[in-house]
Ligand binder design. Sequence first.
Ligand SMILES: [Cu+2]
Length: 170
Amino acid sequence: MTDTTTTATDTSEEVYISSGGDGGRVGGMSFETLAVSAFIFGIFAIVAAIFAIGMSARAVEVANNGGGGGGTEASAGGGGGGGAASVDVAMSEFAFDPSDIKVAENGKIVLTNNGQMEHDFSVEGLTSDLIKPGASGELELKGVAPGEYKFICTVAGHEAAGMKGTITVG
Ligand SMILES: [Cu+2]
């Protein structure tokens, strides 16, 4: 009895496999249901994907807006600070600190003498007063065109000893 049932089942399976069409209807109910479920699931997946793409597009927009704002702030800061309007420079024996300076066009150098000797600051024919040890002074760079220049201390021997540097105006 049991063997017969098993055989019958085997037979129907064989029919299903071999004929396809008939088997599809008989044993295929669950198969069709699976197919429909997979199809529906697929549609949901596509909708979800489109939604996700839309969300990421918005995220990109927000990021771009944020970046744009940041860029505006950066350029605003850069306008005043490709070189700052005022740059502090310390002097000593025998160096300027910093020796690589960036200053805005028509800006000024604020000098502080931390050394034991008098020093000055000279660039493009403009020279500060001699600044005594412990004192401070300024050199306004009015009329100096944007560009890169060498600056020095004009006291005899100081440039050769190291009191020189590069200044970028603009
Ligand atoms: Cu000097």
